[in-house]
Design a protein around this ligand. Structure first.
Ligand SMILES: *[C@@H]1O[C@H](CO)[C@@H](O)[C@H](O)[C@H]1NC(C)=O
Length: 310
């Protein structure tokens, strides 16, 4: 072969390589783009989805005003005046039997993590709200995942059916990996619920957990109570306006909304970024409406997240 032939041959080879590399790169970019379109498997898009949701929840108070000051509704469409009463000067939940009992699947936050949060919440809010606040029991901090039955769409079940549901949930728990989570922010909703909104650093994403539970609980209400991506826990419920005191007056310079934001900001500056590990899934039969939130009657089955292969 001549020298020039050799040269043009190697040029051709180089050109083919270049074209191949370009095609590969283009396909690779397309694959990347497509994967970002499917939120189910991509941790980044789950995180983004939660951030957007939390942004929206953070705006709720400004957009809808403090509805709890005029007897608002809770996130579960129950009027607050229905669930609390002032008895001997202290706030007492009004427990109402749930018929049939609500069957909730929740992730549980152990007291190792909940107690320090509860203390910070109490320190900041208690001085200003006196009786007009209900604190979530720190032994029962939880993240609502999926309801097998709720009060809006009750799904009655026999004892046997309940046992079967519980074992299905236990089997799912065995496949879930403990979640390392971080407190993204605290928000106060227009209904007066002080919520911790969390992000997932590692472990099984709530989107996957809910999908798996839905799969083994086919009779569950189609319409669930929360967004599939959300990972939130309720810290407290404000029931009315702050009590007047010299310190309140000092803070209440302009209006209530400003005052509420100020308190939430204080709490955020203390506990935002707080890290925790979640390692239990609970199947809870709530015999009273909102039993987990109001210290009502319930039966809990506790399952450790096993992280085993399916
Ligand atoms: C908080 O929950 C724990 C565990 O269920 C319970 O033992 C305790 O009595 C509750 N506290 C209140 C004040 O109801």
């Amino acid at each position: 072969m001549s020298k020039t032939g050799n040269l043009s041959h190697s040029r051709r080879v180089a050109l083919i390589w270049l074209i191949s590399a370009f095609c590969f790169f283009a396909l690779f970019k397309m694959a990347l783009y497509n994967s970002s379109q499917t939120p189910l498997d991509s941790p980044n898009s789950n995180t983004e989805r939660r951030s957007k949701l939390y942004d929206k929840m953070g705006r709720d108070l400004d957009e809808h005003g403090a509805a709890f000051l005029k007897q608002g509704e809770t996130s579960q469409s129950l009027s607050l005046s229905d669930i609390f009463t002032l008895k001997d000067g202290s706030v007492t939940p009004v427990l109402k039997p749930a018929n049939p009992p609500v069957r909730a699947n929740v992730l549980y936050l152990s007291t190792e993590f909940s107690v320090p949060i509860a203390e910070a919440v109490k320190n900041i809010f208690d001085p200003y709200f006196d009786k007009a606040i209900w604190f979530q029991n720190s032994s029962l901090y939880h993240f609502s995942m999926f309801h097998a039955s709720h009060h809006i769409v009750p799904v009655p079940a026999t004892k046997e059916e309940i046992e079967a549901e519980a074992s299905s949930v236990e089997a799912i728990a065995a496949t879930l990996c403990p979640l390392k989570i971080v407190l993204d922010r605290v928000v106060l909703t227009s209904t007066g619920v002080l919520l911790g909104c969390w992000q997932v650093m590692s472990g099984t994403d709530p989107i996957t957990i809910r999908a798996k539970l839905k799969n083994v609980l086919p009779r569950a209400p189609k319409k669930q109570l929360y967004d599939v991506a959300i990972l939130h826990t309720s810290f407290a419920r404000l029931l009315g306006p702050p009590t007047a005191s010299s310190s309140t007056e000092r803070l209440k310079t302009s209006n209530d909304a400003h005052f509420f934001h100020e308190l939430v900001n204080r709490l955020n500056s203390q506990i935002r970024g707080f890290e925790a590990v979640v390692s239990e899934l609970w199947y809870v039969e709530e015999y009273d409406v909102l039993a987990l939130a109001l210290n009502g009657r319930m039966k809990t089955r506790k399952f450790r997240l096993g992280c085993s292969r399916e």
